[in-house]
Design a protein around this ligand. Structure first.
Ligand SMILES: Cc1cc2nc3c(=O)[nH]c(=O)nc-3n(C[C@H](O)[C@H](O)[C@H](O)COP(=O)(O)OP(=O)(O)OC[C@H]3O[C@@H](n4cnc5c(N)ncnc54)[C@H](O)[C@@H]3O)c2cc1C
Length: 409
């Protein structure tokens, strides 16, 4: 493991920090919108507007899509520079959560599997934040076992006609485009016969119904599709070979979630404990020390991944370790923050002096244990790929999907 920047990385970091100091709002300032994705801080509409304006500035100034080719508006840099940029930007009052599915997941998948025409059409508006994307993968009976999807796409001339239901679609109501998995051949085994589509969310036949979460927000929706028509040129990769594209999307998603909790800094909680005169409470001190140690371990796990990236090696199952660890850290951080706030922790409005940031983080923490592959699924990956344990039994891998009794819509 290498903790130090190379001279080239150090110079990139200095340049990035100087640009951010000149252009980004400071954390805690009136313009800070870094926690705007949490319910009750700023309205979803204002957050969308602020993240879009910030993203446009990044593109115009050459700081967006650090690893993306220049031809599509990116910087043409190395993966390590992308990590350094995220580390530096995270110190400021800015956020890019709106574009997590687009720039973080759909973009890398289109770059890897898309045609030249698809890259030319979708990547630039995606990177500028002009077109927001959502992920139409999960269904009521297909989450951890994603290949169990029953949404059907049937070819009709130059179009595909899609009918089915998705669920937990983050940002569906504010998205312009979606990445969609649908079954195109039920006579093949379940991981085959799936096709990956790029779908215009304004197409006729979509019915988007937001779901209310315990945080109070409506972050995701149920999405019903009734004969939604998709042009044949919007297939990504090959027909019936969508699983390969889905794997690219999912591995990017896991890395994103694993690395995405840096703003939940234990240091801020320690500061709050001092202000509240609770820093001497022995039980709270113990819990805060536990969180601090976990944050350090996470930093070192991050260094492992960075060292691999710096040497040009793509990260492997360590993203599963990081994701699992991040979920547990956030759970403990949420519990500790509410224990510290005491009865005030039960207030979910601006009645609380601390605002509602910690209450919101506490309520959102369980979602991180599920999103992007649940804790149990990450443990399975670690068991098989790190510890070399036998693979899970999957008797349905070679049987035609139709014969599993789930022919779909
Ligand atoms: C905040 C958030 C945002 C999301 N956003 C999106 C989105 O934008 N688009 C989208 O498509 N989906 C999204 N999802 C859905 C997410 O991908 C699924 O919730 C996740 O894959 C788990 O699937 P499931 O909810 O169907 O649970 P299930 O797969 O039904 O799992 C239920 C329980 O069984 C356990 N389990 C399942 N299989 C195994 C196994 N093999 N071994 C051991 N235990 C197992 C799980 O760990 C879990 O505890 C989001 C979820 C969350 C929480």
């Amino acid at each position: 493991m290498d903790f130090d920047d190379t001279p080239a990385e150090a110079s990139f970091r200095t340049e990035a920090r100087a640009w951010l100091e000149a252009h980004a709002p400071a954390k805690g300032s009136a313009e800070d919108f870094s926690t705007g994705f949490l319910e009750g801080t700023i309205s979803p509409e204002v957050f969308l507007e602020k993240t879009k304006a910030w993203q446009r500035l990044l593109v115009d100034e050459g700081w967006a899509g650090i690893t993306w080719p220049k031809a599509y508006g990116g910087r043409g840099g190395r993966p390590m520079e992308s990590v350094i940029w995220a580390q530096e930007a995270n110190q400021f009052g800015v956020a890019v959560n709106t574009f997590a599915v687009g720039i973080g997941m759909a973009g890398p998948t289109i770059l890897r599997h898309g045609t030249d025409e698809q890259k030319a059409r979708y990547l630039r508006p995606m990177l500028r934040g002009d077109e927001v994307w959502c992920q139409l993968f999960s269904e009521p009976d297909a989450g951890s076992d994603l290949a169990n999807i029953t949404t059907r796409a049937v070819r009709d001339g130059d179009e595909w006609v899609v009918t089915g239901q998705k669920v937990w679609t983050s940002g569906a109501d504010e998205s312009d485009w979606g990445i969609l998995l649908a079954r195109t051949d039920p006579d093949q085994p379940k991981h085959k016969g799936i096709t990956y589509f790029l779908v215009d969310m304004k197409s006729a036949g979509f019915d988007i119904r937001p779901l209310k979460q315990m945080t109070g927000s409506e972050h995701f929706s149920e999405v019903f599709m009734d004969e939604v028509r998709i042009p044949a040129e919007n297939v990504l990769g090959e027909v019936n070979e969508g699983w390969a594209c889905a794997i690219t999307t999912l591995s990017n998603e896991r890395g994103l979630i694993a690395g995405g909790n840096k703003s939940s800094d234990i240091g801020v909680l320690i500061e709050l404990a001092r202000k509240r005169g609770r820093a001497d409470d022995p039980i709270l001190r113990q819990a805060m020390a536990d969180c601090w140690i976990r944050q350090q371990i996470q930093r070192y796990l991050g260094f492992r991944m960075q060292t691999a990236l710096s040497k040009g090696v793509p990260p492997g199952p360590e993203t599963s370790v990081m994701k699992l660890f991040a979920a547990e850290y956030l759970r403990r951080l949420g519990n500790t923050s509410l224990a510290m706030l005491g009865p005030e922790g039960a207030l979910l409005s601006h009645d609380s002096d601390a605002g509602q940031e910690w209450q919101q983080r506490f309520l959102f923490a369980p979602a991180i244990r599920i999103a992007g592959g649940s804790n149990e699924v990450q443990k399975n990956i670690m068991g098989e790929r790190v510890l070399g344990l036998p693979r899970e039994q999957q008797a349905d891998r070679t049987v035609a999907f139709r014969d599993l009794g789930r022919t779909g819509s």
